[in-house]
Design a protein around this ligand. Structure first.
Ligand SMILES: Nc1ncnc2c1ncn2[C@@H]1O[C@H](COP(=O)(O)OP(=O)(O)OP(=O)(O)O)[C@@H](O)[C@H]1O
Ligand SMILES: [Mg+2]
Length: 287
């Protein structure tokens, strides 16, 4: 996997980006939120449904996964026709889904894979069966250009309690990077949204450079889908970067975080549900 930049026979066209993730009917997370993000950031959005949820801004009341044969058919049918310039992976649900996605993306040599190892919803509801975690590490980590765990997910992946300080985050980012191939460019974005404090700091690490990305924490209940939005923003922006730039991934992550920050700040303009409301994906429009 390389971070080779977007190229197309029609260079003026937007890049095609696919989300392989769950459906959140409230539109704040999952494939619907990912496609809003792709669209807001100038990419053409495709979506493969890896799981259905019954969900609102307060919580998840049910999960239903498609037969793996049909998931395979969705991926194969899409990739057989559409050139995909980046791929965001979100909620996968169980080990069979993880294995199928890994097998097909490997077969199609998918580029610019952004892997958000989703395990729980903002409400705390479980979105990934525990036996799928090993499959995620073994089958999907090798394919990802960048993984974007939050702090509880980092704890689960490392088999230890979640990092609680910036110092513990640094160590966790280093150990997570060791789970990715060492022979090519790979990145860990460890998200600090779950730490208390006036700043929400993420760490971006490629095995050499530990880049600290602080941001003012916005005091709001409207953080449903922040992780989905960030990972899909990175996927939308990666193929639009400067071809050959050594800072392609860093630039995409920085721009994705700026976009998300504005989407969180403007979330109060929406009135969706009574729990953790969605962020405002189209904050630049409709003012
Ligand atoms: N209140 C906030 N203000 C500013 N930035 C925030 C806030 N909450 C989260 N973020 C940022 O949002 C991004 C997502 O981080 P977070 O830790 O919330 O991910 P997540 O837990 O995977 O989200 P989700 O619940 O949507 O899956 C990170 O860049 C984080 O720093
Ligand atoms: Mg998340």
């Amino acid at each position: 996997m390389t971070s080779s930049s977007y190229s197309s026979s029609r260079p003026q066209s937007p890049p095609n980006v696919v989300s392989i993730a769950g459906i959140d009917p409230s539109g704040g997370a999952g494939v619907f939120a990912d496609i809003k993000t792709f669209s807001a950031l100038g990419a053409y959005g495709c979506g493969v449904v890896a799981a259905l949820t019954a969900q609102n801004t307060r919580g998840v009341t049910g999960v239903h996964t498609p037969p793996v044969e049909f998931l395979r058919q969705q991926i194969d049918t899409l990739f057989a026709d559409v050139t995909l310039h980046a791929c965001k992976i979100g909620m996968l649900g169980n080990a069979g889904i993880v294995a199928t996605v890994a097998d097909r993306l490997s077969n199609w040599q998918a580029a610019n894979i952004v892997l958000d190892p989703v395990m729980t919803a903002k409400s705390g509801d479980i979105l990934l069966e525990s036996d799928a975690i090993a499959a995620l590490r073994e089958a999907l980590f090798p394919l990802a250009l960048i993984i974007t765990p939050n702090l509880p997910e980092a704890g689960v992946l490392l088999g230890e309690r979640m990092p609680e300080t910036l110092r513990e985050m640094r160590r966790a980012a280093e150990r997570l990077r060791e789970m990715l191939p060492t022979t090519s460019e790979r990145w860990v974005l460890l998200k600090g949204g779950h730490l208390p404090g006036s700043e929400s700091t993420d760490l971006l690490f490629d095995g050499e450079r530990m880049i600290e990305l602080p941001a003012r924490r916005i005091d709001t209940p409207n953080t449903h889908g922040t992780g989905c939005t960030l990972s899909s923003a990175i996927a939308a922006l990666l193929p639009q970067g400067q071809s050959g730039s050594p800072n392609l991934v860093e630039a995409a992550v920085r721009a994705a975080r700026d976009y998300l920050h504005r989407a969180i700040a403007d979330a109060g303009l929406l009135a969706v549900g009574h729990g953790h409301g969605p962020v405002h994906h189209f904050h630049g429009l409709n003012r």
